[in-house]
Write a protein that binds this ligand. Structure first.
Ligand code: AMP
Length: 285
């Protein structure tokens, strides 16, 4: 596995790939868990050359967010990626991606970026879109792999993407690098996001074409049973436009975001247009 830290070297390495070879790309912020690995495994199967990146992107963190404390373990991550057969991993420094004279950002607009995560994290999707488009230009993949967990992030990226199911712990908690922040009490309480989504899904199934507020109420009430969890939002939205649904119908996204102690967690269930649900995959069960 080649570990590359500069854009110049990465572009040269990419140019040396034979043109008919299919190049897959898995962008990450590192501290890799099974959710990331599911993306890497699938990408390995579907591409001749597999690339990944590890970059904690400063521009998608707000001024009071957890950029400085975001968990990092590069030796572990490189070992894992090598074992899964990644060919090239790009690990730039912040200065490499954002040199001191950097001024040009991608600034998406509309409900996709102003609502849900966008409302709570102003500027977040500007940072995400900027880094993803920079990485796409540097890596020039044919296919890129993202997780359903970050549904809104996946929706703003204007290229064909492979979106894979959310990988969950045995008790339903969606895997996240930020789960490392949770103390044992918070870790137990954090399962309420999954329980709330399950409660919302039950209402959805029982009341098709009823008001979406029924599902929202089920999610809000479930979160209300955990005194140490503060709900940021529980919503039902269209997965493509991110418009809020008034009436329950497919396709739909059940979205939830909450703070467990100081840690912000997000999760979602997807109801596809064909009526099937993607509620993620429980592992270690
Ligand atoms: P991150 O390192 O958190 O920026 O995530 C990198 C990629 O992994 C993104 O496309 C995420 O959506 C995806 N991802 C994160 N957590 C999970 C999970 N539990 N299951 C599946 N994919 C995930």
């Amino acid at each position: 596995m080649r570990v590359i830290t500069t854009i110049q070297e990465m572009v040269a390495e990419r140019s040396s790939c034979a043109s008919p070879q299919k190049v897959g790309f898995v962008p990450t912020m590192g501290y890799l868990h099974e959710g990331h690995l599911s993306l890497v495994r699938q990408a390995r199967e579907e591409n001749e050359i597999l690339t990944a990146s590890i970059f904690v992107n400063p521009t998608q963190f707000g001024p009071h967010e957890d950029l400085a404390s975001y968990p990092r373990d590069l030796p572990h991550d490189l070992n894992v990626l090598e074992n899964l057969g990644v060919d090239i991993v790009f690990v730039p420094t912040p200065d490499e991606i954002y040199p001191p004279d950097f001024v040009t950002y991608v600034d998406p607009t509309g409900p996709l970026v102003s609502e849900a995560q966008g409302a709570i994290r102003p500027g977040h999707f500007r940072g995400v879109a900027t880094v993803v488009l920079k990485l796409f230009q540097i890596m020039r993949p044919h296919q890129a792999y993202f997780g359903q967990k970050d549904a809104q992030q996946a929706a703003i990226i204007p290229v064909k993407l492979h979106i894979l199911s959310t990988i969950r712990e045995a008790d339903g908690l969606a895997m996240s690098s930020r789960n490392a922040y949770l103390n044992p009490q918070e870790r137990a309480a954090a399962t309420v996001l999954y329980r709330a989504l399950q409660a919302g899904r039950l209402q959805f199934k029982a009341h098709s074409h009823a008001e979406a507020s029924l599902v929202v109420r089920a999610m809000v009430d479930t979160v209300g049973t955990e005194p140490h969890v503060h709900l940021d939002y529980a919503e039902v939205r269209d997965p493509d436009s991110f418009a809020q649904l008034e009436v329950l119908r497919a396709p739909a996204l059940l979205l939830i975001a909450a703070r467990v102690g100081p840690t912000r967690l997000i999760d979602n269930f997807l109801l596809r247009a064909d009526g099937s649900w993607d509620i993620g995959i429980l592992i270690n069960a």
